[in-house]
Design a protein around this ligand. Structure first.
Ligand SMILES: [Fe+2]
Ligand SMILES: [Fe+2]
Length: 173
């Protein structure tokens, strides 16, 4: 049986992942509103990834004999000043999530909950990738500054992103 404190914290993270999904869906809507369909696509994929993360916590809590309890999802912002501002906010958000995941790992250790510590390692790696992906986009946006042509080209590239369920990539884990 899963320690009560751990069950509580994992339910908190389930909510945080759903908030991430909501935030990226809001960013996708912002990009649609400024006619950057490629950036909007990138954020829609990001939304799908966060829903996948949320379901990973959902399934794990149940697998451990815990109880999933859904909470209210906070309203995300809906406006940003520029694509650069969106990605600044995204990097800041992902860094915050990395901190949340690290805190869960420390709690798992405190509670001597080895299964949760191992489960969370997937998210530790995932956060490294998330921060790296976002930093790459942010770096490109800083390079192109305010060139509409470059932004147009980048939008085309951002439109190429597709969702690959990470479990399938791992061989159905
Ligand atoms: Fe996530
Ligand atoms: Fe994320």
């Amino acid at each position: 049986m899963i320690p009560k404190k751990m069950e509580e914290a994992l339910n908190g993270q389930l909510n945080a992942e759903l908030y991430s999904a909501y935030l990226y869906l809001s960013m996708a809507a912002y990009f649609e509103s400024v006619d950057l369909a490629g950036f909007a696509n990138w954020m829609r994929i990001q939304n799908q990834e966060e829903q996948f993360h949320a379901m990973k916590f959902y399934d794990y809590i149940i697998e451990r004999g815990g109880r999933v309890t859904l909470r209210r999802i906070e309203t995300p912002p809906s406006n940003w000043d520029s694509p650069l501002a969106v990605f600044d906010a995204t990097l800041e958000h992902e860094r915050k999530v990395t901190g949340l995941i690290n805190d869960l790992v420390y709690l798992a250790r405190e509670e001597k909950d080895n299964a949760s510590e191992i489960f969370l390692q997937w998210f530790v790696n995932e956060q490294v990738e998330e921060e790296d992906n976002v930093s790459t986009v942010l770096g490109q946006l800083k390079l192109i500054k305010d060139s509409p042509q470059a932004l147009f080209m980048m939008d085309k590239e951002m439109g190429q992103r597709v969702f690959t369920p990470p479990a399938a990539a791992e061989g159905g884990a």
